[in-house]
Design a protein around this ligand. Structure first.
Ligand SMILES: *[C@@H]1O[C@H](CO)[C@@H](O)[C@H](O)[C@H]1NC(C)=O
Length: 525
């Protein structure tokens, strides 16, 4: 997750410059006021902080970030080193990009670095930090995380829900086969977003759509897009608190609107689950995450979890599982189609394990080491998000000999980590073979050279589900079809630039031609 969204920053500055007299007057007063605060603060600047570029009063280094902050910071690492200190508005921020520093933060000093910054987004959209991804370190976070790890994302529950994932990948294959038959171009972003969304809706809510029975389905893709936009948005209040009450950018208005939309669906779904469990509605109790959550005791001896916590957990799981896996799949597919040799090797591997008489099952995916290499290489070169979700220090500490005060925001630059020429030979080349001699059954890289799911207390508890979804989807698509680019698109001219945001998808949607390679009856099974 990132904290800046330049496409929002530029309009913001323009607004400032072109803004009405009221805003201008307010700003002048505030700038004067804050400059004096800054001067005082400046005198108190503690020594021996990590190196970094000079910061402006009030805005700090915000304006230097440009349209691709992860690339800007990568360039700063080249100049200042693996650890760098910047100020985003008034927020002191440390950015790191080396395996050693990441291990220090997520392993050796995990106890110091395990909180999350307070953000308006968390208050409004993530239900006052009642979730686990954005919640600050503390008893509530521990309680909710334990539920996720021991009740929801357990190996047993993953096994129970396997049927749903297989059914949804079958729907995906059928839709692609239909497009192929008509000679249509396949929009891979729609394919991947669709399958990850229906899988998660079924696992969490017990239905394919983001709606309660009989209610109109919400445009879930739009809501998730809005969620990520607002999560990544530079909300002025979070960086320059003195100006926040203005809500110049209208983000907070949009956040409340988004929360209301999620609320509407969650409230209806929760009520329906209660009615099904009590027999008020026929059909019996569904076997999904909401049902599990409704049965659990709450904190401090409460008989049940409160609705706010149930909704916050559900939202985290939706947000955490859908976009990230879809983005990873789209990048992997783009690289696979660009490199015909890679596609050939993958299909050879899948054919040798699965054959041509049946479809890929989840039990096959552990037997596909080359596919795992491709996915790891995608994690390295095209991480789903440029930064890990920001951490915050809970006490004064030291990193690499530098002083890191309590309350410092910590960004792990995963993008830079995967492209460092100190760690990787030919870092910009997509070479799955570089993983061939590694321990492929370990999802976490013990050398901290990639960090797809984080590590330590703040590790993503859904790493198993996420990896399974990515591998199964790719295996099915590659077994079922031969893939190529539409006329005019080649390995050389395809747009491989990323779009900056909380997640970094391809700037241009991946469009492909699929050619079936199995007997027709296998596309409807
Ligand atoms: C590989 O990783 C798995 C899972 O983390 C672990 O159980 C196993 O011991 C590792 N094998 C080797 C040879 O390191």
């Amino acid at each position: 997750m990132n904290i800046l969204s330049p496409e929002l920053l530029v309009p913001l500055i323009t607004e400032w410059i072109q803004g009405g007299r009221l805003i201008f007057a307010t700003c002048s007063v505030l700038v004067a006021l804050l400059s004096s605060v800054f001067l005082v603060a400046h005198f108190r600047t503690p020594m021996n902080l990590p190196p970094g570029p000079k910061a402006m009063p009030l805005l700090g280094n915000l304006l230097q970030m440009g349209s691709h902050p992860h690339r800007t910071m990568t360039a700063m690492h080249k100049k200042y080193g693996h650890i760098l200190y910047i100020r985003l508005g008034c927020i002191p921020t440390v950015v790191v990009d080396s395996p050693q520093l990441i291990a220090e933060i997520t392993k050796e000093q995990d106890n110091v670095f395990s909180s999350r910054p307070h953000m308006t987004f968390t208050d409004i959209v993530a239900y006052d930090a009642h979730d686990f991804a954005m919640a600050p370190y503390g008893p509530h976070w521990r309680y909710v995380r334990r539920i996720c790890v021991h009740e929801l994302l357990t190996p047993k529950r993953l096994e129970i829900t396997m049927k749903e994932r297989i059914e949804e990948s079958r729907c995906m294959i059928m839709a692609v086969a239909e497009a192929a038959q008509k000679g249509e171009i396949v929009d891979m972003r729609d394919v991947f977003a669709g399958v990850s969304m229906t899988v998660m809706c079924r696992m969490l809510l017990g239905r394919r759509e983001f709606a309660a029975t009989g209610k109109k389905a919400k445009d879930f893709k739009h809501l998730i897009h809005e969620l990520f936009r607002l999560m990544g948005a530079l909300n002025l209040r979070d960086f320059v608190p003195a100006l926040g009450w203005l809500d110049l950018q209208g983000f907070e208005r949009d956040m409340y609107k988004l929360r209301d939309e999620f609320d509407e669906v969650f409230d209806a779904v929760i009520q329906e689950h209660r009615d099904l469990a009590s027999g008020k509605l026929p059909g019996g109790k569904p076997n999904d995450f909401i049902s599990v959550l409704l049965d659990l005791p709450g904190e401090n001896g409460a008989p049940h979890l409160d609705d706010k916590t149930i909704k916050a957990i559900t939202l985290d799981m939706m947000a955490g599982a859908t976009d990230t896996s879809a983005v990873t799949n789209e990048w992997a597919m783009a690289e696979i189609i660009r490199n015909t040799e890679i596609q050939r090797k993958l299909q050879e591997e899948i054919d040798s394990v699965v054959g041509l008489e049946r479809n890929v099952q989840e039990s096959d995916i552990n037997k596909l080491p080359y596919l795992m290499c491709v996915v790891k290489e995608t994690f390295r070169l095209h991480p789903a998000g440029p930064f890990a979700i920001p951490r915050e220090t809970m006490a004064d500490t030291k990193l690499s000999g530098y002083r890191i005060p309590k309350g410092t925001r910590v960004l792990i630059n995963i993008f830079s980590l995967g492209r460092s020429s100190e760690t990787w030979k030919d870092p910009l080349k997509f070479q799955p073979e570089r993983w061939a001699n590694e321990n492929l059954s370990a999802i976490h890289d013990m050398g901290f050279r990639i960090l797809p799911f984080g590590y330590g207390r703040r590790q993503c508890p859904g790493y198993n589900l996420g990896t399974t979804m990515v591998l199964l989807t790719l295996a099915r698509l590659l077994h079922g079809f031969k893939w190529s680019f539409p006329p005019g698109v080649t390995a050389e001219n395809i747009d491989m630039e990323e779009l900056y945001g909380c997640t970094t998808p391809l700037r241009t949607r991946l469009r492909t031609i699929a050619t079936p390679r199995l007997a027709p009856h296998l596309y409807s099974q």
